[in-house]
Each structure stands twice: as C-alpha cells, then as structure tokens.
Write a new protein. Structure first.
Length: 386
C-alpha cells in the first residue's frame, strides 16, 4: 500500500498543471519586456489571471485585483502588512482574528502588535467561533478582521460571511481578509459570497505547483488606496508585488484552478463520502475524533489512545501511509499545537493527535486500509506507551 493522506500539507501535481507548465517554459520572455517574447509572456499572464479569477467567482477583474505572489504566506503578508501600513494616520486600530490561525497570519499580526495595533484573538474551542466575543468587538475601532475559512489542522469551517457582514456594518471602512488556502475548491464559496475585501489562495493545495500564491483584492480597496506594497522593486503586479512573475508556476496554478473548478461539485461529494466512511470506521475504535460541528470534508483530526503521534507516524509510514501530526508549516515548532490546545485538547492529547487530509484521488480501499493500519497501531504499539 502506498497511500497519501497529507493533502493539507501539499498535493500531487495534476496532469493539467504539468502540461501547462511545460508549455509555458517555451514562453520564456519577461512579461515586462516590450519585445514579442515579452508580449507573449504578458498575454499568458493575463490569461492565467482571468482563469484564476473565474475559479474564485470573479469574471471581470480590474487591474490590480488579482496579485500573484510566491506563496500563500506572501499573499497573506501583503494583505495584512500592506493594508496596515497604507495610511500613516489611523482612526481604527483593532484587528480581530481567531486563536487558531495559520502561522502566516498569526506571526504577521504579532508584528503589527509591536507597531501599535491591538489584536483580539477569538476563542475557537471545539472548532466553534465564540460569536459573543466577535460581537463584543464590532465597533468603529475595528480596523481589520482576518479569519481563515477552513482550519488547516481541525477542518473547522468558520462562519466568515457572518463575521465580515457584522464588521462592515459596525465600521464600513473595516477591511476583511480571509485565508482561504484550505477552503479553495474544498468547500463552496466565491469572493463575493464571503464578503471579503482580501482573499489568500495557494497553488500547491489544489494540485498546482509549489511556490505560487495569489491575493484577490476588492475594487474598493484599490480605489481608496488602502493597500501598499511590502516589497520594494520594479513595480510588477500593478505596483503591489515587485519581482519578475513566475509565469511557469502561474500557468500551473491557473490550470489546476480551472480543473478544480470544473470538478468541484463531484470532488467535494467524493471527499465527503470518504470522510463519512473514515468517521464511521473510527467510531468503532478507541481512537477519538476531534470533529468540529461544521467542518470541511477533507480534514479529520484524531487523537490516538495515549500513543505519541511521532511513534504512530513512523509506524504508518512503514506501512505505506503518509499522514501528519498537524500543520507542515509548524512541524519544526517546539511544544504541542496551539490550534489543538485552543480546540480544547490537553498538551498530552495534542501530542498524541494526527491529521488525516483527503483529496479527490483517494479511494475507498485506501481509507479501509488506513483504518486497518490505525487499529493495528493501537494494538501493536501498546508496549511503548508512556
């Protein structure tokens, strides 16, 4: 058995993305150059921008609305730092987020705290947003809301639409950023349906290449000049992200997004069926499922019965299964996952937890074999429990 269940860390490159990237390699001109090769590359870039925009529900993009970056992390940094530093004087200085955000959000917000912003982290115990805390901070002092659509460790699907609507009602100038990296093509949404002003996505989570991300920006943000670049350079990407565009990677991103958008309904249904099959099998075991009330279909977090996750990971890897103990971006961090502690797990329970993340290419047989391997792990690893 060789089964991959770590799709929230990264996904396999799809054939459509691979073919688009190979074709783009022949259009090697710099999109900023004025000769024909440059014009060809610029045309490809425009086509890719339109394709990705359509996958996000935006068919008619204005200049500057979709900015390509090197990653979802960079796109998020541009969204947070670029808006916070856009104006020297601020009448609002509160930023609302959750206590379970991805490090790309949390660590940038820590930087903004040092610059004088007040950051309020809303509790997410059990994977549910504390709406009382949210509503208590809906006032004219609210500068920004940054909230992920789907949690990358627990699969919790947060009600960002409700939060963003309340924020705009409390302060029409408030900017709402959504980290949609784990939600894009996994749960149904469009940019407008979320009510976001800024939205982050990443290619390698949707079977595109690593090293490409994008930030979608609402037209009103551009009109009010509420965002500035965080990198100084040649002024590419409409002046908001300097650096020669990675046209090969962008071509792969657009192809993967087009493929995913065409298959979205079928793929989501398939992952939901696999998820239910997995949950049913786990319910008959000693393995605890950390399942939020509202969750995306592709992420399931489990806690093994007093077995450290590292031990189980090595056991499963030897059996041909690739899963993880949490966010790959936090794999080098010391101590238990802050997301799982916020969920309500003890440090010991968090240290015994695993994340299973599905993709449309996973099969029922792979799920059944994984369940068997997990049951074997519980039985065979008893002797090394602490």
């Amino acid at each position: 058995m060789n089964a991959y269940f770590d799709n929230s860390a990264t996904t396999a490159l799809c054939n459509e993305a691979r073919e688009a990237m190979l074709e783009a390699m022949d259009r090697f001109g710099n999109p900023s150059s004025l000769h024909q090769l440059g014009a060809d590359a610029a045309k490809l870039l425009r086509q890719c921008r339109c394709t990705l925009g359509e996958a996000l529900g935006e068919r008619f993009l204005k200049d500057g609305q979709l900015i390509f970056t090197s990653s979802g992390t960079e796109a998020t940094a541009l969204a947070l730092l670029g808006t916070a530093r856009a104006k020297a004087r601020r009448t609002a200085a509160t930023i609302l987020t959750t206590d379970s955000e991805h490090p790309s959000v949390e660590n940038n917000l820590r930087l903004l705290e040092k610059e004088g912003f007040r950051v309020v982290r809303v509790p997410t115990k059990g994977g549910e947003l504390d709406m009382a805390t949210v509503m208590a901070h809906m006032n004219e002092q609210l500068f920004m809301v940054s909230m992920m659509l789907v949690n990358n460790e627990t699969g919790a699907r947060y009600p960002v639409e409700q939060v963003f609507a309340a924020a705009h009602a409390a302060n029409p100038a408030c900017l709402c950023h959504c980290d949609a990296v784990q939600g894009f093509l996994k749960v149904p949404f469009t940019f407008k349906s979320l009510g976001a002003d800024l939205l982050t996505v990443s290619a390698h989570k949707i079977h595109g290449p690593k090293g490409v991300g994008a930030l979608l920006v609402a037209e009103r943000v551009l009109k009010t000049r509420a965002i500035v670049p965080v990198l100084a350079g040649g002024g590419q990407e409409f002046g908001l992200r300097s650096g020669t565009e990675n046209t090969v990677g962008i071509a792969g991103f657009a192809a993967a997004a087009k493929r995913g958008a065409m298959r979205a309904r079928t793929d989501m249904a398939h992952m939901a069926e696999l998820s239910e099959r997995l949950l049913a099998g786990l319910s008959a075991s000693d393995i605890r499922v950390n399942r939020p009330a509202v969750a995306a279909p592709h992420i399931i977090n489990i806690t093994m019965p007093d077995l450290k996750s590292e031990t189980v990971l090595h056991y499963l890897s030897a059996r041909g299964f690739s899963i993880s103990s949490g966010s790959a971006c936090s794999s080098h961090a010391k101590g238990p996952s802050g997301v799982l502690l916020a969920f309500g797990l003890t440090p010991r329970e968090a240290d015994c937890s695993l994340r299973i993340s599905l993709c449309p290419e996973n099969t029922e047989n792979e799920v059944d074999e994984l369940l068997a391997a997990l049951r074997d792990a519980v039985r065979e690893l008893v002797h090394i429990r602490r």
